[in-house]
Design a protein around this ligand. Structure first.
Ligand SMILES: [Zn+2]
Ligand SMILES: [Zn+2]
Length: 269
């Protein structure tokens, strides 16, 4: 199995809290040792960005890793958030007034409306500090760093608001929770959909990707293999959930939400 080969990626720093790994020239993965998602730094010839930043408490460790490669937070032009989950974006407020913060418009909307349920605030036990989004991204946007050109792809499924960034020339695929090494899929959360997920994976399959840079886990140099496995799994998941939904009483599950909608509607009567 590919997992047993020695990693082709170089570890530059390994501390108690985080590991800094070189994914490609001027592309770095920061892997935190708690529940936080991976953060990435892409140092372009004209602009430098981060993709996801981890939980709020990881910020000092993020800064330590960046210092190791002579980057300070004020050198980061933009922070791109892959989706609204706080394990990816919790530390983003530390960049207020330093960097532009960008997210897909559906994620931006949830984050700006402080939709804690969608952001999983309780699950990650994050402080209630607002995060402000400056740039609302869409499918087809391009982030030009000079020598890196990152295409913004809208890849819903895990949630309704996931983006994947792809550098076509270098084959770099920043897929967050949509695709993980070994074909591991992220879960399907409230606003997500398995059918959307399958379509997003099918789009990733068509790309000439060489390195997979995911929201969780190691770096992978077999993205094509990973995406094929994930597509097989996603069809299995679709079948499993069809059976699950057959077994569940859908009305009962939606009843608490419907009741609160009815209660709120009554206020206007
Ligand atoms: Zn997520
Ligand atoms: Zn995640």
């Amino acid at each position: 199995m590919s997992d047993r080969r020695p990693s082709p990626f170089k570890t530059l720093l390994d501390s108690e809290a985080a590991t800094l790994i070189e994914a490609a020239p001027d592309v770095y993965q920061i892997r935190f040792k708690n529940r936080a998602a991976n953060a990435y730094l892409v140092r372009g010839s004209r602009r430098t960005i981060m993709i996801d930043v981890g939980l709020s408490t990881n910020y000092p460790h993020l800064v330590t890793c960046l210092a190791h490669i002579d980057v300070t937070p004020d050198m980061i032009d933009m922070v791109v958030l892959s989706h609204e989950h706080l394990d990816h974006i919790g530390a983003a407020y530390h960049f207020h007034g330093i960097s532009y913060i960008a997210a897909h418009r559906l994620a931006a909307n949830k984050i700006m409306l402080r939709d804690d349920f969608s952001m999983l605030r309780k699950m990650f036990n994050e402080p209630n500090v607002p995060i402000d989004i400056d740039i609302w991204l869409e499918e087809g946007n391009l982030i030009d760093l000079g020598n890196f050109r990152l295409n913004v792809m809208y890849t819903p499924g895990h949630t309704s608001a996931c983006v994947t960034l792809f550098d076509q020339d270098k084959g770099l695929l920043f897929a967050a929770d949509t695709l993980m090494p070994g074909g591991v899929m992220g879960g399907v959360f409230g606003s997500g959909s398995i059918a959307d997920y399958i379509q997003s994976l099918e789009r990733l399959k068509g790309l000439n990707s060489k390195i997979l840079l995911s929201g969780h886990g190691r770096l992978s140099d077999t993205p094509q293999e990973d995406v094929r496995t994930a597509i097989q799994r996603s069809h299995g998941l679709l079948e499993d959930t069809a059976q699950l939904f057959d077994a569940l009483d859908a009305r009962q599950n939606f009843e608490p939400i419907m009741q609160s909608v009815r209660d709120l509607n009554k206020l206007d009567d």
